[in-house]
Design a protein around this ligand. Structure first.
Ligand SMILES: Cc1cc2nc3c(=O)[nH]c(=O)nc-3n(C[C@H](O)[C@H](O)[C@H](O)COP(=O)(O)OP(=O)(O)OC[C@H]3O[C@@H](n4cnc5c(N)ncnc54)[C@H](O)[C@@H]3O)c2cc1C
Length: 459
């Protein structure tokens, strides 16, 4: 059997390592455009001040050496499971694991951009340079889409050279004068990454972050445990779930336990809660509860919290909750009106950086591979604009049937599980697909939400 994986980042590489170990007779090929295998966006384009947003213990992949053992061996035995490590170090770890597997030829690499797929008797992946890779099974691990065009910002800015549409693109921040005022659209983890990156480059211009509500991600706090409680509420509405979360937070406060443990205890049940909701309930969650959920769920490492606070306290970064109004551009500076609590402020910006986070518009994106899969009916967008339509990990085509040969890993499958963008859940998803493909004689049943329930407390 030949298994081709499109995507050479975290998900594609971890899957390659695990399937190559579980199915030694299979040929495993990773197709990707990056020079360094296993890093992807999160662990590749990271500066030293960009930290993992979970402690070392939560980055365990079920491989030897573990991240913790590797850290201690390579970077000193002071590392504990509770520490937060730089993201680049996790990238080094992934790359080291992958290097062993590629040099022993358990994993083959094809460097290039996949631009299309054919699904005849066998599948073949088409590359931009005209080559094709034929395979029995294709696994898509393309990571996050570039950010969507932000709503609310006038077109005159979005179509100007002041606008940076993808802050992670190579050279996105190049040529920015150090005194230039900058407007960051969004106030989540991407905004914090970019503000810290600019500060690390000694940027002295003012940074203003604007989102609808101006909510910042909360920080991690160690200590305490909280029992699982959300498991019993699967099938209940978003409103009931939110009410119960608030109630549990109040109980935790009374018990002297950080509220963070309540969210951690809830997380393993999130895929089950999400998949039990109707489309209308999911839509309601996204509209009303998502901003509130996101800032409590996606938290900052203590060092990042401190660095962010220093930027805020020093007046180098301001965060506003508001809506954009009129804009005028003169001499390379946009004057952007922002309505904050009924008062209109004018923010100057020599660059407007899109920090709204990963995009999800598979129905619109012109990325060649996705456009080709869409055009051939091999894949379709989910109904909410979150990612690809998948069932139990298999990609669903226009026929509505899940494919037996085309699978999707990681953020691509967000529409099915919601909570599938971070290492613990992606690892569960990968282990499940490995089991299915390794047991051809007695195929295991497709991934179900209960697989995530055993993830353990304190995630
Ligand atoms: C900035 C950031 C920080 C994060 N921090 C954490 C964290 O601290 N802890 C945590 O648990 N999770 C974190 N995450 C979540 C993260 O999404 C996952 O951990 C993981 O990186 C997703 O892996 P992936 O392989 O799906 O995507 P990626 O790792 O981004 O890999 C996708 C790869 O596919 C390649 N590719 C895409 N399309 C094609 C194509 N057509 N042809 C060839 N190659 C292609 C890309 O070049 C890329 O290398 C973070 C995410 C981001 C964006």
């Amino acid at each position: 059997m030949h298994i081709a994986i499109v995507g050479d980042g975290f998900s594609g590489t971890l899957f390659a390592l695990k399937i190559a170990a579980a199915k030694p007779q299979a040929r495993v090929t990773v197709i990707g455009r990056e020079r360094r295998l296993g890093r992807g966006l999160a662990y590749g384009a990271a500066d030293p001040m960009h930290m993992l947003n979970v402690p070392v213990s939560r980055m365990d992949l079920g491989l030897q050496p573990s991240f913790h053992d590797w850290l201690r061996a390579e970077h000193g035995d002071h590392w504990t499971l509770e520490d937060f490590a730089p993201r680049a170090l996790f990238g080094d770890y992934m790359e080291a694991l992958a290097a062993t597997a590629t040099t022993t030829e358990r994993i083959h690499r094809v460097r290039g951009e996949a631009v299309g797929m054919d699904n005849g008797l066998r599948s073949s992946v088409l590359l931009a340079d005209g080559r094709t890779v034929a395979a029995d099974v294709v696994v898509l691990a393309l990571g996050n889409l570039p950010p969507d065009r932000p709503g609310g910002m006038p077109e005159i800015v979005l179509d100007s050279d002041l606008f940076v549409s993808d802050p992670w693109a190579a050279g996105a921040l190049d040529g920015l004068p150090s005194e230039a005022p900058v407007l960051l659209i969004g106030a989540g983890l991407t905004m914090i990454d970019i503000a810290l990156r600019l500060a690390g480059r000694r940027h002295r211009g003012t940074m203003t972050a604007v989102s609808r509500r101006g909510l910042l991600p909360r920080g991690h706090v160690a200590g305490g445990i909280w029992p699982a409680f959300l498991h019993e509420l699967v099938g209940h509405s978003p409103r009931t779930i939110a009410r119960e979360l608030r109630r549990q937070v109040r109980l935790a406060q009374v018990a002297g336990t950080p509220w963070q443990r309540v969210f951690d205890a809830a997380r393993p049940a999130v895929p089950a809660v999400w998949s039990a909701w109707s489309l209308a309930e999911r839509r309601r969650f996204l509209k009303r509860l998502r901003p509130w959920w996101d800032v409590h769920r996606h938290r900052t490492a203590p060092e990042v919290t401190a660095n962010l606070q220093a930027l805020l306290d020093g007046g180098r970064l301001e965060v506003l909750g508001g809506r954009f109004g009129d804009v005028s551009i003169m001499d390379g500076v946009a004057k952007i009106q922002v309505a904050v609590d009924g008062v209109t402020r004018t923010v100057d910006a020599s660059r407007v950086i899109n920090c709204t986070g990963p995009g999800g518009r598979f129905d619109r994106t012109a990325i060649p591979l996705i456009a080709d899969l869409r055009a051939k009916g091999l894949a379709r967008a989910d109904a909410l604009g979150l990612g690809l339509d998948t069932q139990g990990g298999a990609v669903v085509g226009v026929s509505g049937d899940p494919s037996e040969r085309l699978f999707a890993l990681g953020p691509l499958a967000k529409a099915a599980w919601w909570e599938i963008t971070a290492v613990p859940e992606i690892t569960i998803q990968i282990d499940d697909l490995v089991r299915r493909l390794a047991n051809e004689a007695t195929p295991a049943s497709p991934l179900s939400a209960t697989a995530f329930m055993d993830m353990g407390a304190g995630i």
